[in-house]
Design a protein around this ligand. Sequence first.
Ligand code: ZN
Length: 130
Amino acid sequence: MWRPPLSQTIQRAAHWRCPNCGRGRLFRGVFRMLPRCPECGLSYFPEQGYYVGAMIINYVVTTACVVAIFLMSLLIPDFTHLTVNQKILLWMGFAIAVSLALTRHAYSFWLGLDYWVKPRQPDAPGSAPT
Ligand SMILES: [Zn+2]
């Protein structure tokens, strides 16, 4: 099976496009993924639990970002007069915002990475999603 170049796969994932054809979009709405590529028919859900890896990527990157920024914030003198609970609440909100901002990227890169590792053919037109 032909393997696409990694640079092409990364470029398509960065633009939230189908890893097979590069034309079909991945998302309908903000977080809802299409079941398959509208252009070539590649299934975006080849098996149950497919996107657990994307969730792990999202968690790891979010944690790394929040911890890095938190550690850098320790170098800045505290001028806010916030209580510890208020600071914790702010950091939790920041972590949730970062996680939501990275969700589409994590799903897109997971799909692209999986397609690059295990290239697969689109299903036959009209077949039921698996
Ligand atoms: Zn496609």
